[in-house]
Design a binder for this molecule. Structure first.
Ligand code: UDP
Length: 333
């Protein structure tokens, strides 16, 4: 069985591609390399193209059985400043991809959604029944696409699993993949790599807000190891293979988180513990669009996919650190 992975040269897509290959799937990566990196796609067939390019996609879709869609912009702060970019890519071009998929006769689709669809939830932990009221354009763009998938399921029998990630973090940790792939973003805006960089030559970390209604005043997030996320994608695909219902009624939305939250200050302490170095930091203002607390209730993914996080927070920080040191050594060489 062959799977098209859009955004396969990106952080999460490249980890999912390897998990799929380990499980025996044929994998084709599709990426325009606007945010992806050729090095993360090494060892795979990579088709360079835009998801809105129907002519480029058509022959590729003709030889796959399912699609995993990762290609998207994913910076909450940037989405507030430049919503046009987010709606163009995460909605307009994503819909074009969806139509190409449908026209190619493919009926299995796994989507990278986000806990950002929930906005500022009333209750923690967040279940999938929580109302979806995003507070930033990034979350709104993900919600729009989720709604499209639901409608396409009802109307055309497109079966989908919409995976609502909490905070993806860490790097590949298996014997053969350690140091080969990990978190790469340009620019980097995510907390863990920035905190790690602030122990070394990187800029000082700015803590985005210390007046939130949380125990220590900083935002709380549920960090989930990227290899655990990758494993969930394989299980989601297997779920779609098992459960055939042409009306798309077996489509699912699932939270992927560890079910435990860490504040920004707790993350900094963990980084200092793992690296044995101080994180240089300052307190800064809140970042627009950030909800105070996002922690998953991952019970539904456990019951329907048999999935739960296998790696803990310390595994996340230490694998991210190992990856960062590897890059530094490579760049210094
Ligand atoms: N954060 C921070 N300083 C930074 C980057 C992020 O304090 O330089 C905070 C951010 O406000 C959020 C948490 O760290 O509460 C995680 O942010 P990240 O960008 O890693 O992921 P997001 O939650 O936006 O997906």
């Amino acid at each position: 069985m062959a799977i098209l992975v859009t955004g396969g040269a990106g952080y999460i897509g490249s980890h999912a591609a390897r998990a799929l290959r380990r499980s025996g799937y044929e994998v084709v990566l599709y990426d325009n390399l606007s945010a992806g990196f050729r090095r993360l796609a090494q060892g795979f067939e990579l088709v360079e193209g835009d998801i809105a390019d129907e002519a480029r996609l058509r022959p590729v879709l003709a030889r796959v059985d399912a699609v995993m869609h990762f290609a998207a912009h994913a910076y909450v702060g940037e989405s507030v400043e430049n919503p046009r970019k987010y709606f163009r890519n995460n909605v307009t071009t994503a819909l074009s991809l969806l139509n190409s998929v449908l026209d190619a006769g493919i009926r299995r689709f796994v989507f990278s959604s986000s806990c950002a669809v929930y906005g500022v939830p009333e209750r923690i932990p967040i279940t999938e029944r929580t109302s979806r009221e995003p507070v930033n354009p990034y979350g709104a763009s993900k919600l729009f696409f989720e709604n499209a998938l639901e409608a396409y399921g009802r109307a055309y029998g497109l079966r989908s699993v919409r995976l609502r990630y909490f905070n993806a973090a860490g790097a590949a940790d298996s014997e053969d993949e350690r140091g080969e792939i990990g978190e790469l973003h340009d620019p980097e805006t995510h907390l863990i790599p920035l905190a790690l960089a602030a122990t070394a030559n990187g800029p000082e970390l700015q803590i985005c807000g210390s007046d939130y209604p949380t125990a220590d005043g900083t935002c709380v997030r549920d960090y989930i190891h990227v290899n655990d996320l990758a494993d969930a994608h394989v299980r989601a695909l297997q779920y779609l293979e098992r459960s055939g219902n042409e009306k798309g009624e077996d489509s699912l939305a699932l939270n992927l988180g560890a079910g435990r939250g860490y504040s920004v200050l707790e993350v900094i302490r963990a980084v200092e513990y793992v690296t044995g170095r101080a994180v240089r930091r300052t307190m800064g203002p809140r970042r627009a669009g950030d909800p105070p607390v996002l922690v998953a209730d991952p019970a539904k993914a456990q019951s329907l996919l048999g999935w739960s996080a296998k790696r803990n927070f310390s595994d996340i920080v230490s694998s991210a650190w190992a990856w960062m040191r590897k890059i530094e050594r490579r760049e210094a060489a």
